[in-house]
Design a protein around this ligand. Structure first.
Ligand code: ASP
Length: 457
């Protein structure tokens, strides 16, 4: 079954082609039947006769036919193959389709999202989502290419691991071999990427999946998301920022040529100025909202700590591995934590946070102190983060990094309402997975093996 794509047919006028695809629509005009045949690349009009009458929409078919130029007055400029049509010579039905539960020939926004997610494999047949996923693929491909050219190595880090705090709840996975013990899914590769710096890799990146058990929010996908995660040794805040600017400017120009970046270099706005001027630490700096304008900015000089009133303790604003600014260390000594700023930078696009990073702490004593300020006892620090502190005692390069949220970035660039529109199989905001409808119960036997008993109430 050698398959050509439908989009190639306009270049094949006068030739007999073999096509495979789905019947997207069917129109009968007396003895003549027109169908639109659809494959991944687009649709094309096929002209047939009696033998087309028992076709239903969404049937999968093989068609052999002659590519013919359409008369001038019948050219359809709205589709890529609008200058031709195909005169069928042979047709085979490869699979019959039942009537589908949701239409797939429109943008789909008006359909209940739970139904769209239940039938995501049909939902993804629609042009809009197909295009979104294609652009996502190209975006990530160009990112990899850029990072490679800059000398960064893509290195995978574990998914079954130990808690790495980023301010959300952990997903935990029970261990069968050590009953009563649990792995945590990483909220980010943060600790491993820092360990890679200790190991001497100097320039790391990863298209990384991160797991965070966060409360539902309408424009979020529950549970997991994808980051471009980066770490570099012997670096500065400015160097990381220029790397990201160069990356985004280049890649957006290739993949989204219609988009215009408002200001290059991206403006840097201190946290307090953002709060005063824009009443937000995610400022939208566009003067008028034009969907083709991408207004990136950096928010810098964040306070290192925030007071958690409920828990009556200080917490790291970003994550506990972020270095305080050198000039603010005296405040740390004096216990004036609210005055300490962090060597941290967030990337904001059109009012959405799309990334964040920092220069890291590499002094084990300072790292221990930060954990203690956050309310951990010495014993807890040793238990939870002893491995990192020990690693830092064997020669650690100064380092820093960043992570960009790729789902959010694509959502904003594509002007979609939710990240779920740029992910193939997102979980619903309420936490049910697409199509497979997890979480679900497991057998008694499996629970026994894990040494787990479910509380009834
Ligand atoms: N690990 C951080 C995050 O996931 C990013 C970083 O600091 O590099 O937000």
């Amino acid at each position: 079954m050698k398959k050509i794509f439908i989009e190639e047919t306009p270049r094949m006028v006068g030739q007999v082609v073999e096509l495979y695809g789905w019947v997207s629509s069917k129109r009968e005009h007396k003895k003549v039947v027109f169908i639109d045949l659809r494959d991944r690349s687009g649709i094309v009009q096929i002209v047939g006769g009696e033998e087309f009458k028992n076709l239903s929409t969404e049937d999968v078919v093989y068609i052999k036919g002659l590519v013919k130029e359409r008369p001038k007055n019948l050219v359809n400029p709205k589709i890529k193959t609008g200058s031709i049509e195909i005169e069928a010579q042979e047709i085979k039905i490869l699979s019959k389709a039942k009537p589908i539960p949701i239409p797939v020939d429109d943008d789909g926004y008006q359909i209940d999202e739970d139904i769209r997610l239940k039938y995501r494999y049909l939902d993804l047949r629609r042009e809009r989502l197909k295009t979104n996923l294609l652009l996502r693929y190209q975006f990530i491909k160009e990112i990899r290419h850029f990072m490679d050219e800059k000398g960064f190595l893509e290195i995978e880090t574990p998914i079954l691991t130990k808690a790495t705090p980023e301010g959300a709840r952990d997903f935990i996975v029970p261990s069968r071999l050590q009953k009563g013990k649990f792995y945590a899914l990483p909220q980010s590769p943060q600790q491993y990427k820092q360990l890679l710096m200790v190991a001497g890799f100097e320039k790391y990146f990863q298209i990384a999946r991160c797991f965070r058990d966060e409360d539902p929010r309408a424009d979020r996908a529950y549970g997991e998301f994808t980051q471009l995660d980066i770490e570099k040794s012997f670096t500065t805040q400015e160097e990381i920022q220029s790397l990201i600017e160069e990356l985004l400017v280049k890649v957006i120009k290739i993949v989204f040529p219609k988009k215009q970046i408002l200001k290059i270099p991206f403006p840097k706005i201190p946290y307090y100025e953002a709060i005063l001027k824009y009443k937000s630490d995610r400022p939208d700096i566009r003067e008028k909202k034009d969907e083709n304008i991408l207004a990136f900015c950096w928010v810098v000089d964040f306070p290192a700590f925030e007071w958690k009133e409920q828990e009556k303790r200080w917490d790291a604003t970003h994550h506990p591995f972020t270095a305080p600014k050198k000039e603010d260390l005296p405040f740390l000594e004096k216990g004036e934590y609210e005055k300490v700023r962090a060597d941290q930078y967030d990337l904001v696009l059109n009012g959405f946070e799309v990334g964040g990073g920092s220069i890291r702490i590499t002094d084990p004593n300072l790292q221990t102190k930060i954990f203690e300020i956050m309310g951990h006892t010495k014993k807890q620090v040793e238990e939870k983060f002893g491995h990192l502190l020990e690693a830092f005692s064997y020669g650690v390069p100064p380092h820093g990094g960043i992570a960009l949220g790729l789902d959010r970035l694509l959502q904003v660039i594509l002007n979609e309402k939710s990240v779920r529109e740029v992910i193939a199989f997102p979980a619903s905001s309420g936490g049910r997975t697409a199509v497979m409808d997890a979480p679900s119960s497991v057998d008694e036997e499996q629970l026994n093996e894990l040494g787990i008993e479910i509380k009834k109430s």
